[in-house]
Each structure stands twice: as C-alpha cells, then as structure tokens.
Design a protein around this ligand. Structure first.
Ligand code: ACO
Length: 427
C-alpha cells in the first residue's frame, strides 16, 4: 500500500476509496478530501472545523500541545523579547526580518500613511458618543474601501504592499479617533515624528495642540516602558493562523470583495466574547468578582454544568497547554508590576483565579489554561487605556496578520470561494 495515501472504507457498500496524505513542514499531516464528494457521494461533517485544514499557509505555526507559536519560523518569545512590532510586521509581510535600512523605510512609510481623509473624520463624528469603538472601527474600515477603491483590482506586488501598509498605518488612527469620539473629546492627528506605538498612545492621550497633560511634577509624558509594553502586546497579537477572524477575512476575500471590507469583517468577528472580545470581558469579570474572597464561589460556578458562567481568559481551541502569548504577557506583567503601578486588587483576584485553576481537576482535565486575553486587560488598564478599547488594541496588532493572510490567499492559484456544505435535517 502506498504510504502517501489513506483508505476510506464505506461499510454500507463495501467500497474503498483512496485519498492523498499531504505532509506539513511542521505539525500534523492532512488527508486531502477535496475529491471526497466526487468519489463517495458524501460530504464530511466537522462543526467548527475542529479537524479541518482550510488552506495551505506559510505564515504562522502553532503547536497547541506544546504551547508553541512561530511567525515565519521564528519563536514568539524571541520576537517579543528582541524585536519591535514593526520588525514583526515586516517579517509577516515579507517573510524575513528587515535590515536596518528596510526597517527605517518601512517605518517612514507607515508614519506618512497614518493620516486619514477628513471625510472619514466626519463619518466617525456622526456616531453617537455611546458607540463602542469596535463598531466605529469596523464601519470606518469598511468606509476605507470607498476612499481606496483602486485596491480592489490589484495588478502587481507593489500595489499589494501599498494596500497592506496603508491599512496597517491607518488602523491606529481610526482606533484612536473612535476612542476619543467615545469620550467626547477632540481628535488628535498623528505626529509623524513619533514611532508607531508611541504615536498611538499620543493620539489617545494628548490635548488639542499636541500637548501632554501637565502635572505638578511636570508633563505627563509617555514613558519608554509604556511604549515597550504596548509594542509587545501588538507583537503577541500580530497573527494566529486560521482563527475565527482570519478565517472570516479569507472567506470574505474569497468572494472577490475589497480587501478592506474583508478586514472589516475580521474586526466584527474578533469582537465576540469567545474570541478577541474576551480581553474586555476578563476585566469586567474581575471587577464583578470584586474581591479575592469571592474567587472560590466563581470557580465553582465555572465548573457547574448547569451554569453557563465561564472563566473569561481561560481555554483555547488550539492550545492544550499554556498559551505562549499568555506566558510572555505574564512575564511582562511581572516586570511592569512596580513600574506601572498595576491595579493590585484586580491583579490579586487574577492571581488567585490562576492559582486555583491551574491545580483544579476540572480545568486540568480539560486543558484549560489562561490565554492571552487573561493578562492583556490588566496591562492595558495600567496603561490607562479604557476597557472598551481593549479589543480595538487587539485589532491594531492583528491587522498585519489579516492582511498577510489575505495576500497569501490571493496569491495562491488553488484558492477558491469558501463554500461549505451541510447535513440537511429539515422538512
Ligand atoms: N471556563 C469554564 N469551562 C470552560 C471554559 C472556561 N473558560 N472554556 C471551556 N470550558 C469547558 C467547557 O464547558 C467544556 O466542558 P465539558 O467538556 O464538560 O462540556 C470544555 O471545557 C471544552 O470547551 P469547548 O467550549 O468545547 O471548547 P472550544 O474549543 O469550543 O472553545 C473557547 C474554546 C471558546 C476559547 C472556550 O474555552 C471559552 O469560551 N473560553 C472563554 C472565552 C475566552 O477566553 N476566549 C478567548 C480565546 S483566545 C482568543 O480568541 C484570542
């Protein structure tokens, strides 16, 4: 029997069918079932795609059993410790870390593209003050497709990278404007003298005229340690292979829709509590628990099969071990504990939850470890970023991943419109 095939036997009619096995460079091999229906007259059934690879990809690799994550072959720990978010963006987009000159040119390009059309400002201004930043962000990214409609019909690589850098550069500005809109304060334009991450913090915090808050000790400048912390958060969120939002982006792109509309759909998918929206829910949950003495009762609720309460920031479809991004964030949180005066009460509650859950049989037997969202909220709170912005921060970090995945999808001649089948159980 050939070693690169596997046989499916249908016991109903005693027929057997051969399917090719395709080997991955790392991780599990896959059975190519693209001809399954043609050969057998049946579909396969896999709710939530727990066992289905939907594409070939050379961007990000995850080993959920070991708790390993790599972008373009480089371990996430190495990137978080020794490289900036912009270097990581370049790596994802171009497949290699940049030289010094390439990095400088990429950085300048993003700075120059960070401004948004004045009409977009008007659009954001038209939202009610109560609008959630994710709603504004998703809508304004859809609107970007009207301002850069030419990106629909990209003819060469150069145009493709222009489309990618444009959205990466503008997302922080849109997110900052959405935030300021929700606070009812004037928008702050990007400052091209500032780096990507510093500029974002500046657009959140500055007063009109670009001045920083004055305190009795001087000006409340943005500290290097804050920039480093947020930059690391962006790096840790930059890509995560075929998760729900990335799959959404690929699906929308598969219809030939505008790239920015596909990114907007990814933003909407990310917003849900089971995905990126969990970071906002974690802090809401810690506040609801209120005190370390209440933790045990909430743990019992999380374990109760008749209660739909779940510990937010715990569990992951792929990681059956510690999420390596969570590990990196925990390390960052410990380093920043004193420097940023992290909220000790919330941290105490979080630490107690972690301590119990890592030992409790319910969580251990189901491989429920803290995920990235469990720690990011506490650090973002320390950076004085309000809770409704947490998922928008995730968007800023993830945009490069979405756009890289979209470019990979478009470049692959084997790509097809996404069109799953169903098991009909109706009348
Ligand atoms: N608290 C309590 N129990 C949990 C939790 C949790 N956070 N997560 C899973 N479980 C339990 C389930 O009840 C189920 O138990 P059972 O086997 O007794 O029925 C078992 O663990 C498996 O859970 P599933 O929902 O089948 O796992 P799935 O892979 O479909 O879901 C998910 C993964 C959505 C992340 C889930 O763990 C969850 O809801 N976590 C909380 C939300 C969260 O933190 N999301 C962020 C994920 S990371 C990201 O998107 C960036």
């Amino acid at each position: 029997m050939k070693k690169d095939t596997c046989t499916f036997i249908n016991n109903r009619n005693n027929k057997s069918y051969e399917f090719k096995i395709l080997d991955a460079n790392r991780g599990p091999s896959v059975i190519d079932i693209s001809s399954f229906y043609k050969k057998t007259g049946m579909f396969t059934f896999d709710v939530g795609y727990t066992s289905t690879a939907s594409c070939k990809s050379a961007i990000t690799f995850i080993d959920g059993e070991k708790g390993e994550l790599r972008y373009r072959g480089i371990a996430i720990e190495e990137l978080a410790e020794n490289h900036s978010y912009l270097e990581t963006c370049f790596l994802l987009l171009y497949g290699l870390l940049p030289t010094e000159k390439q990095l400088l040119s990429f950085d300048l390009e993003l700075r120059h593209r960070s401004f948004i059309d004045e009409n977009l400002k008007t659009l954001i201004g038209a939202f009610p003050d109560t609008a959630h930043p994710m709603s504004i962000l998703s809508s304004s990214v859809t609107a970007l497709a009207s301002f850069y409609y030419e990106h629909l019909d990209i003819k060469n690589d150069e145009e493709c990278f222009e489309m990618a850098t444009r959205i990466i550069a503008k997302i922080p500005t849109l997110a900052a404007f959405a935030y300021r809109k929700s606070l009812g304060v004037p928008f702050i334009y990007p400052d091209i003298d500032k780096s990507f991450t510093e500029n974002f913090l500046y657009m959140l915090r500055a007063y009109p005229g670009g001045k920083m808050k004055r305190t009795v000790d001087g000006n409340d400048e943005i500290r290097a340690i804050e920039i480093k912390a947020l930059d690391t958060i962006f790096t840790l969120h930059a890509d995560h292979e075929q998760n729900a939002s990335t799959t959404t982006v690929r699906t929308v792109a598969s219809t030939g829709a505008h790239p920015y509309v596909a990114i907007s759909a990814g933003i909407s998918a990310l917003w849900g509590r089971a995905h990126g929206g969990a970071n906002e829910s974690v802090i809401a949950q810690l506040e609801m628990i209120g005190d370390v003495s209440n933790v045990d009762a909430f743990i019992e609720r999380a374990k109760d099969p008749h209660d739909d309460f779940r510990l937010m920031g715990f569990g992951h479809r792929v990681y059956k071990n510690f999420d390596p991004r969570a590990k990196a964030l925990k390390k960052l949180q410990d380093e920043l504990k004193d420097e940023l005066k992290l909220d000790s009460k919330l941290m105490q509650i979080a630490e107690r939850i972690e301590e119990i859950a890592l030992k409790d049989d319910y969580f251990v037997s189901r491989n429920l470890y803290p995920n990235i969202d469990f720690y990011s909220g506490v650090i973002l709170t320390a950076l004085r970023i309000e809770r409704p912005m947490f998922t928008a921060i995730f968007v800023i970090g993830r945009t490069v991943g979405w756009i890289t995945q979209l470019m990979e999808f478009r470049a692959d001649p084997a790509s097809k419109i996404t069109r799953p089948r169903q098991l009909y159980v109706g009348k």
